[in-house]
Design a protein around this ligand. Sequence first.
Ligand code: GDP
Ligand code: IMO
Ligand code: MG
Length: 422
Amino acid sequence: MKVDVLLGLQWGDEGKGKVVDVLTPRYDVVARFQGGPNAGHTLEFEGQKYVLRSIPSGIFQGDKVNIIGNGVVLDPSLFKAEAEALEASGHPLKERLHISKKAHLILPTHRVLDAAYEAAKGDAKVGTTGKGIGPTYTDKVSRNGLRVGDILHNFEEKYAAAKARHEQILKSLNYEYDITETERQWLEGIDYLRQFQLVDSEHEINRLLKAGKSVLCEGAQGTLLDVDFGSYPFVTSSNTICAGACSGLGLGPNKIGEVYGIMKAYCTRVGAGPFPTELFDETGKTLRDLGHEYGAVTGRERRCGWVDLVALRYAIMLNGVTQLILMKSDVLDGFDTIKACVAYKVNGEEIDYFPFDITEGVEPVYAELPGWKTDMTGVTSEDEFPEEFNAYISFLEEQLETPIKIVSVGPDRAQTIERYVD
Ligand code: GDP
Ligand code: IMO
Ligand code: MG
C-alpha cells in the first residue's frame, strides 16, 4: 500500500485539519510527521468545533490508528491538556494514539529560549508562536535533545542536565524568567505521557503498510514556512514539505502515493516576513473579517492577500503535488472581481519563478477574474457551481497544471465538494 500525504502549500492555516478529517474514513492510519503545538488544526462537525495542535486530525473518525511520528516535537503539558479535552468531549484516544519514542520533547526552558531569542532579535523577530519549536529542533540537530523514549529510563537525570544547559544560555542572555508553574505542569505531562503507547513508529508504520493498511500523513504549517525552501529566516524550524513525511515517519520515498496540496482561494500569513500579495487596504480587511482570519493557536490577526500562483507553482514543484484542494472559496462569494498573482516584477523584469529573496522589490502582476456573486456555502455538488466559479477553477488548474479535486465552501465537514468523481 502507498502512503498519501496532505500538506499546506502556503503559509499555513490552509484548512488541513478539516480535510484530513474529511478524508480519514478512506484510510486506516493518520500520522503527523513534523511540527508541534505551533500548529492549530480546526475541525467542525455536528455543530462542534475542535482545534488540534499535536494530535492527528484522524482522531474523530472511527477506530483509526493515529500516529505522532519521530519528526514531531511534543510538549507534554500541552499534549495532556489537548488529550484530556478530547477525552472529556467523548473522544477517548489512549487506545488509538501511538507516539514515536524518537519524537523530541519541548522543555519548559525551550519555550523561554524561544521568547529570549525573539526578544534579542528586536525588530527582526520572526513572530513565532512562542511554543519553543525553534529551540527544540535546534537541540535535536545539535544532538542535545531529549526524546519521548527518554522518559522511560533515568529521566530525572537527563532532564536536569538539559535544563542546566538551557539555564546557562539564558543567563548569558540576561533573560529573566520563572518556570515554577510551567515546570510543575510539564512534569505532570511527562507522567501522563507514560500512560500512552510509546512506540518505534517507523517499524509500526512500515508493518502496517506491509499488512495492506493505508496511511494518510498530515502536514503542519505550510510549504512557504519550510526551513529550507520557505521565506527564510521567517520560517518554522522543520521540513514542512513532502520529503518531511519520509524523514518524519521513517518512510522510503517510493512509498509516497498521492500528494494532496491544500490552498486557500486567497492567501494568509501569521507572524513576520515577506508576503508579496499582502493587501493593506479594505479588501485585506474584508478577507480577514469574512474568513475569520485569526490564529487558531495564538488568536493573532492573520495578514491577508490575493492568491499567489508563483508561490503555489513553486510549492507544487517542491512537494510533487498530484491533486489540489481549494479551500475557503466561499470567502470570495461577494467579490465583484478576484485577483490572482501570475508573475512577479523584479527590477522592472517579469519573472514567473519564486526567487531567492522576496523581501523587497517584488511587485505582483495580477490577472483579474469576474466574481461569482453567489452564496456557495450551501452548495452540495459541482453541478451547482456558478459559471464564473467554474471559470475561476479552470483558470487555477491551467495556471497550476494540477487538477483541483476537492473544493471546500465552509468550515463544516459537510461543506466539501468532490470533483472528477467517476
Ligand atoms: P489548518 O491549520 O491548515 O488546519 O487551518 P486552520 O484550522 O488554522 O485555519 C483554517 C480555518 O478556516 C479554520 O477556522 C476552519 O474552520 C476554517 N475553514 C476551513 N475550510 C473552510 C472553508 O472552506 N470556508 C470557510 N469559510 N472556512 C473554512
Ligand atoms: P498550521 O499547522 C500558520 C508561523 C509563525 C511564525 C513562524 C515560526 O496551523 O498551519 P514557530 O513557532 O513555528 O517557530 O513560528 O511560523 N507558524 C504558523 N503559521 N500556521 C501554522 O501552523 C504555523 N506554525 C508556525 O506564525 O511566523
Ligand atoms: Mg492552523
